[in-house]
Design a protein around this ligand. Structure first.
Ligand code: IMP
Ligand code: MG
Length: 175
């Protein structure tokens, strides 16, 4: 549990696991087993969501990982995104689902969708565990949203504050 002055559980491990299974069913519905499915995990925040999601999917999948970092303050996005680690393989003609932890202003996701779309995937969908719609600065399409939350800074289940708390099974509100 985070050692902050005020810490509250926002989402329990059970709530997260149940929703991840529902998202897996939605993805299976959109991509029948006759089609390929390639998941792109956005490091580091989405690693836990990705690992639970792939175990919930009852169909073959392939995986790749990329890492981006945004410049600026740690709890707000500056909108300047830098590609830190690129994918190992191309996306041309493939069914791709971006797996991301949270969509806040939408700037990170917009950048990711733009650069991946340019690689000519057959379909490009996006799954985000969390969404803070009140913070949105750009209109990005998210096909699968785990939970819509208020404008609070959250940690746990992959999400960090200063690289801490990523290992927690629950999602907590900090501060
Ligand atoms: P956006 O570009 O503003 O949508 O920011 C998205 C990125 O900011 C996410 O991928 C997270 O890394 C980070 N982020 C936004 N809100 C939170 C939060 O509440 N907790 C932890 N990280 C967050
Ligand atoms: Mg992230």
């Amino acid at each position: 549990m985070p050692e902050a002055t005020q810490v509250t559980v926002m989402l329990t491990a059970d709530q997260i696991q149940n929703r991840v299974r529902e998202i897996a069913r939605e993805i299976e519905r959109d991509f029948p087993t006759s089609e390929d499915l390639h998941l792109v995990c956005v490091l580091k925040g989405a690693f836990m969501f990705l690992s639970d999601l792939v175990r919930a999917l009852e169909r073959p999948v392939s995986l790749d990982f990329m890492a981006v970092s945004s410049y600026g303050k740690s709890t707000t996005s500056s909108g300047e995104v830098r590609l830190v680690k690129d994918l190992d393989s191309g996306l041309e003609g493939r069914n791709v689902v971006i797996v991301e932890d949270i969509v806040d202003t939408g700037l990170t996701l917009q950048y990711l969708q733009d650069i991946l779309k340019a690689r000519s995937p057959r379909k490009l969908h996006t799954a985000c565990l969390l969404s803070k719609p009140s913070r949105r600065l750009v209109d990005v399409k998210v096909d699968y949203i785990g939970f819509t939350i208020e404008d609070r800074f959250v940690v746990g289940y992959g999400l960090d504050y200063g690289e801490k708390y990523r290992n927690l099974r629950e999602i907590f509100v900090l501060g």
